[in-house]
Design a protein around this ligand. Structure first.
Ligand code: 4AD
Length: 580
């Protein structure tokens, strides 16, 4: 005779509960068998599990309600299924527990090690020579002597300040690549220096001062400038997080673009972003030097204006003490007013465009390099543009550090050969037709069509050299452009197109006849009143003159081989983004 069960556990699939409120008694059943197993070990001698079917749903015809509510021993298959699940969960729980214990032990071990490390205090040895403060790119051998592997002559003892850019800790040695915005220096910690609390908890981006001896790197090893600093003392100045807030988590290389734009301030600490910004500064230096060589004067026109230059559709408007004003689209009109008293002029100012489209070459705010030249012909303007572009490239590449960045960013970059290809708009239309590149409506290009970005880029990439695209039809160009005296359907205008980017410069000769300009305002439906100061140039000693505007970010995207202009400025502004 079977002995009476020592203990009975109740499971009701409908009203039972798999939580701490249930006890497994008949009045407080569990919901599932596996939960019951987890609470009451199924291997316990004499334990029995009674289950009953769910009460949910109406009682079927001819079905006896009392049968449905009857407690029955769990079926064999239900027990088998629950046992499997129970074993799996038990194993998982055991593993988790083991892991938690191990982690706790590790944490405790690390805590003790770090406690010990706090006792290791390093002091600067007063008998060592006073360190010389250097920036990390300094290499003057008169100031910084390197100890060579086979020499006893000590290297210069230096003090460097910067942030940990790379970090590799081995058993008794820590390798740090330090950066200070000027250069990179390999620093080596050994001995007690590696055993301090600060060294053991060092993280990327921590700011630090390091003192030590400069040595040449041993043969066959590599380090920036072939040298390394053997530290004898250091102090941490500002820590950086090493946990989930670590810089490598904030701006992981595979992060989505929006996260990278949100964290642009951290992205800028990377080598790629910072080298683009250094090239940008060098290109600006080169423009200024080139313009100076051409005896052109730098001026700074206002950004807040009440006139448009390149069409009303891309104006950013704002309230100016109750009057309507705009952020400037171009400083051209102001540059023109400078010619009589200042000679040829240029400016490097922000321009603003409320572009509706999100493309890789449009920004809402960009740096506009603009120039205006007096008493010239259209052909003079084109020659000048070619001179300036080539001189800027030469000057930029003449800086070895900058040439190095460009080589890294855009290994295939070659200065363009001269003369640049010159192509009339009408020839471009022919070329596009011959190469079956359709217009925006999908039809063959016609004279008068605006050459859209995609078609323009396709053509530039296929021709694969800089192009001066000239003589655009009057209808598709700005109101101020001078008509070609030989063909009044077209303007004396030029776009400079570069492979990979497309248009980087827009320029033209300017309408210099008062009456013609008044007619142009009228044709465009523009009120001439706010432009009186611009129109006056045609009244007080007019002259044949022209100029151009170059988008600095587009020039850089071309030179540095960047996919988008957004990578070529500090904090890009484009549709939907005005932060950080
Ligand atoms: O062709 P654009 O509109 O010409 C002018 O503004 C003339 N008023 C300039 C002048 O003659 N002084 O613009 C000139 C250049 C373009 O070729 C392009 O490189 C750049 O400015 N540009 C932009 N760059 C980035 N984002 C935008 N939204 C840009 N719009 C124009």
């Amino acid at each position: 005779m079977a002995s009476a069960p020592a203990k009975t556990i109740y499971i009701d699939e409908d009203v039972g509960k798999d939580d701490a409120t249930a006890t497994g008694s008949e009045s407080s059943p569990y919901k599932s068998l596996v939960y019951a197993f987890l609470q009451h070990d199924p291997t316990t001698e004499g334990i029995q599990y009674l289950t009953r079917k769910s009460q949910t749903g109406p009682v079927g015809e001819g079905e006896d309600e009392s049968v449905r509510l009857e407690w029955k021993p769990a079926t064999k298959s239900a027990v088998k299924k629950a046992t499997n699940l129970y074993e799996q969960r038990k194993k998982k729980a055991a593993k988790e527990q083991e892991l938690a214990i191990r982690e706790k032990q590790e944490a405790e071990k690390r805590r003790l090690v770090l406690e010990e490390a706090k006792k290791v205090v390093i002091k600067e040895d007063p008998s060592l020579p006073k360190p010389v403060r250097i920036r990390l790119d300094e290499t003057d051998p008169a100031k910084i002597k390197l100890r060579t592997p086979d020499s006893d002559t000590p290297g210069t003892r230096v003090r460097v300040l910067g942030r940990v850019h790379r970090l590799r800790a081995q058993k008794d040695v820590i390798f740090i690549t330090l950066t200070d915005g000027y250069g990179y220096l390999q620093c080596i910690f050994t001995g007690d220096l590696t055993k301090t609390y600060d060294a053991m908890t060092l993280t990327l981006e921590t700011s630090i001062a390091i003192h030590g001896e400069m040595r040449a790197v041993p043969p066959k090893q590599h380090a920036p400038n072939d040298r390394e600093l053997h530290a004898d003392f250091f102090t941490v100045i500002g820590r950086a997080p090493g946990d989930k807030e670590a810089i490598t988590n904030r701006v992981a290389p595979d992060a989505d673009p929006q996260t990278l734009y949100d964290n642009r301030h951290l992205v800028l600490r990377g080598e790629t972003a910072s080298s683009v910004i250094k090239v940008r500064a060098a290109v600006l230096r080169a423009f200024r030097k080139t313009f100076e060589e051409h005896r052109m004067l730098e001026v700074t026109p206002p950004s807040m204006v009440q006139t448009q230059v390149e069409g009303g559709s891309t104006l950013f408007a704002f309230d100016y003490y109750g009057e309507k004003a705009y952020l400037t689209q171009s400083s051209q009109l102001y540059l023109e007013t400078c010619l009589p008293s200042l000679g040829d002029v240029f400016c490097v100012c922000p321009s603003f465009r409320a572009e509706k489209s999100l493309t890789r070459r449009h920004l809402s705010e960009y740096t506009h390099v603009e120039a205006e030249l007096d008493f010239i012909t259209f052909s003079d303007l084109l020659d000048h543009l070619e001179d300036v572009i080539c001189r800027v490239i030469d000057l930029t590449l003449a800086e070895p550090e900058i040439a190095g960045y460009i080589k890294k960013l855009n290994p295939d970059f070659k200065p363009p050969s001269r003369p640049f290809k010159r192509m009339k708009y009408s020839e471009a239309i022919e070329w596009l037709r011959e190469h079956n590149i359709p217009n925006e409506e999908g039809n063959p290009h016609q004279f008068g069509d605006d050459i859209a970005e995609a078609a323009e880029r396709k053509m530039t990439d296929m021709i694969n050299q800089p192009i001066f695209l000239t003589h655009f039809p009057v209808e598709i160009k700005a109101f101020y452009m001078k008509k070609d005296p030989e063909d009044r359907r077209v303007t004396e205008s030029v776009d400079v197109l570069m492979p990979g980017v497309g248009e980087i410069v827009g320029g033209s000769m300017r309408m210099d006849d008062w009456e013609e300009l008044m007619g142009a305002y009228k044709k465009e439906g523009m009120n001439p009143d706010p432009y009186y100061w611009y129109t006056d140039q045609r009244k007080y000693g007019t002259s044949p003159h022209g100029g151009y505007g170059l988008g600095l970010e587009r020039f850089l995207a071309w030179m540095c081989g960047r996919y988008t202009v957004r990578e070529c400025c500090l904090y890009p502004r484009f549709t939907g983004r005005c932060t950080p």
